[in-house]
Design a protein around this ligand. Sequence first.
Ligand code: ZN
Length: 327
Amino acid sequence: MKQESLVLALDIGGTKISMAVITPRGKLLAGGVCPTHVKEGVAAVIERLCRATEEFLEQSGLERSGLAAIGIACAGGIDSARGVVVTPSPNLPDWSDVPLADIIGKKFGVAAFLVNDASAAALGEHRYGAGKGVKNLVLFTMGTGIGGGVIADGRLYLGAVGGAGELGHMTIEAAGPKCGCGNTGCLEMLASGRAVERDAINRLRRGEKSHLYDMTKGKIKNITAQMVGQAARGGDPLALDVISRAAYYLGIGMVNIVNIFNPEMVILGGGMAELGDMLLGPGRRMVEERAFSVSSRAVRILTARLGNEAGVYGAAAYALAQVRRSK
Ligand SMILES: [Zn+2]
């Protein structure tokens, strides 16, 4: 394999930055991670990111001059055509109007391309993961918040300026809880990890009984979505109820998505996807019951395959597609 066809992929999140060198066929040759330390500010994070990437390339024994492109996945509102982080995400609060593709591209002397991290995850699963060979798919990334990405007719659908796929912010209950985006009743407020934590904590505060109380030794504010999942797996009625409520709302979101996009596949990624059928089962049933039958019959609903690496795989795929298009 000639090195000229390799892509350096970066995935910038609120707590860590993943780095990888990936072949066009999707083989990950080297991978690394460095902390984001977001509180240090944008310039400091980018500087450390560049240093860590240089060290990473050196350790991998790969010449940066030989790379075909750099793909960058980043949280936030991204203008992919200009390679700019336009609006910040809650995880990267100060990142607005950051011309990230330009900065990184100039630093390494290689063309760099920027894409939203959830869109990248969708592209990663499409090219190299659960959605390989599928033409139309929608990915929900279910973590602390909810993101999403859409592949339409074999290509990443970005919308007018790269803002498409914000599945976490479709309105599910107009009078529901207030969301960080300024709206109320977004899916993210009803089905995300944060929503699950909030619901469990509120119910314990109201005096309901649950094994979660013992798991946190009475410090119920320390409840995490992972703990709720664990308690639910152990049969804890309150935890099961909290998860099934989140699954119900996710199901409504899926019905909307299936009716709008008629995808062959809906993929669930992110930490919450570990709940598997506990989260997917109700969604599948609701799609069967509520979506248009022509679409519900055509769709498979399943969990992602690439785990935390979906972002770097997708960033690499995005960069490669841009390079090929420009040739
Ligand atoms: Zn919202």
